[in-house]
Design a protein around this ligand. Structure first.
Ligand SMILES: Cc1cc2nc3c(=O)[nH]c(=O)nc-3n(C[C@H](O)[C@H](O)[C@H](O)COP(=O)(O)O)c2cc1C
Length: 348
């Protein structure tokens, strides 16, 4: 039974950190994993052609601590997607996800990403072919429609076809993509969110795992969606306010996100783990900044957070920068003060 079936049968929700190009690389995922044992982590989108012809090891390798990790593929050719899955199978990903939501010009010229929403029959063929070669769940991340499509008309048909093709889960970014005239960034902000439609899709498909994505900015909102949906996927909020992830496991267990009472001990353990990890990355030819650039959003709202960010942004980027900069950055944050405030919040 796949972990999606288990989640669906047992009523356990899944919290995912969205695939984000240039952001959710292996170092980012390693950091996120330190904050949540349970979160499902997605790679950046990797184009099938790049896996077949490009630097595989660099594109696909990751640390065992990152599990569960889903590999997101971009492509529209069944043969290439299947070949990419065969190659990736050596790396032990927990899920293969097909990108049917990315609106960038580069992606459109390759006729994959969001423009595939126009051809659900073809996407269903891709999913069916991918299922044939994958030993792990095959899932889809889509929009509610594109351009002049009417989401209430096209989304039910799109989902029915994905389900018919055997998709193990579908993650729905609850807004359209407008392929003409908007940048990818604008396409994450301007088309309006339609959570009602996505929630309705869940009610109409009780036996299929459906997750919602788009515009969810904190764990309270995530929790509210989970009263209807099987899963919730956060992108920008999880990356830019990374500390939010420290409350995810408690939220999923049903205890309150006030589990942050133990932040003091956790943050210091996190510091030490990230120092050890960064040392390993540097010893393997990487740079401190490759790790620390994902850490700047850790302490939003804490006294000392600005200094933490400054140290990481200015010092960690210098040639030859070492891991003592991570210690210096953590030392700038008032962790004890935050622990007291967390304790007060719980008591009060
Ligand atoms: C920097 C960045 C890169 C992204 N790259 C991808 C990607 O590779 N694949 C994908 O499906 N979506 C990508 N997205 C979209 C996110 O996965 C997500 O659908 C979107 O940000 C909406 O969720 P949010 O409001 O929680 O951020 C990206 C978003 C951002 C901000």
């Amino acid at each position: 039974m796949s972990f999606y079936e288990t989640a669906l049968k047992s009523g356990n929700s899944i919290f995912a950190v969205a695939p984000m190009i240039d952001w959710t690389d292996r170092h980012c995922r390693f950091l996120h994993r330190q904050l949540s044992r349970e979160a499902l982590l997605y790679t950046e989108m990797v184009v099938a052609d790049a896996i077949i012809h490009g630097p595989r090891e660099r594109l696909l390798s990751f640390s065992p601590q990152e599990h569960p990790v889903a590999l997101q593929l971009g492509g529209s050719d069944a043969g290439k997607l299947c070949e990419a899955i065969r190659i990736a199978s050596d790396y032990g990903y927990d899920e293969i996800n097909l990108n049917v939501g990315c609106p960038s010009d580069r992606v459109q010229s390759g006729t994959f990403g969001a423009c595939l929403m126009r051809d659900p029959g073809h996407v269903a063929d891709l999913v069916a072919a991918m299922k044939q070669v994958s030993s792990v769940p095959v899932t889809v991340k889509c929009r509610i429609g594109i351009d002049d499509q009417e989401p209430a008309d096209v989304l039910p048909d799109f989902l029915a076809r994905m389900i018919g093709a055997g998709a193990d889960a579908i993650w729905i970014h609850a807004r359209k993509a407008w392929l003409q005239g908007l940048s990818p960034k604008e396409n994450r902000e301007i088309p309006p969110l339609d959570y009602d439609l996505v929630h309705r899709m869940k009610r109409e498909n009780p036996n299929v795992f459906l997750g919602v994505n788009g515009g969810i900015s904190d764990l309270e909102q995530a929790k509210a969606h989970l009263s209807v949906m099987d899963g919730v996927m956060l992108g920008r909020a999880a990356y830019q306010n990374t500390g939010l992830l420290a409350g995810v496991d408690a939220m999923l267990k049903g205890s309150s996100p006030a589990g942050v009472a133990t932040v003091d001990a956790d943050w210091l353990a996190l510091r030490d783990t990230m120092i050890a990890y960064a040392e390993h990355v540097i010893a393997s030819g990487g740079r401190l900044h490759h790790v620390t650039r994902h850490m700047v959003g850790l302490f939003q709202g804490y006294a000392g957070a600005r200094r933490f960010r400054q140290i990481l942004s200015s010092e960690a980027t210098k040639p030859g920068a070492g891991t003592e900069i991570i210690s210096a950055a953590f030392a700038a944050v008032d962790l004890a003060g935050e622990t007291e405030r967390a304790a007060e919040r719980i008591a009060g």
